[in-house]
Design a protein around this ligand. Structure first.
Ligand code: SF4
Length: 95
């Protein structure tokens, strides 16, 4: 091999290594994303622990709470679906 050939071979190996690193990084990101979702899902509180009820309390409702997710009728902090007319002890009024 001439010096030029060695340099080319070295460059090809380097590219291969870069692809391996890139593929590993994508795989690791996918794993971290999945784990993050699972952690988020498991970190929500049970309705009973938050004293959730399907009716308003003192004019406060899930629909008026900053934790309410309208599109899915879910809550950022309580597990499962919730009613827009429901309420729990973690109510936080929308600003
Ligand atoms: S925190 Fe409580 S009041 Fe607010 S949306 Fe969730 S369940 Fe409803």
């Amino acid at each position: 091999m001439t010096k030029t050939t060695r340099e080319v071979c070295s460059l090809e190996v380097s590219r291969r290594d870069m692809f391996k690193v890139a593929a590993g990084a994508v795989g690791a990101a996918a794993i971290v994303g999945l784990t993050g979702s699972e952690v988020l899902a498991q970190s929500r509180m049970a309705k009973t622990a938050a004293q959730y009820q399907a009716s308003p309390r003192s004019g406060q409702t899930c629909g008026k709470c900053t934790n309410y997710i309208v599109a899915s009728s879910t809550c950022k902090v309580i597990d499962g679906t919730v009613s827009a007319n429901g309420w729990c002890s973690l109510f936080v009024a929308k600003a």
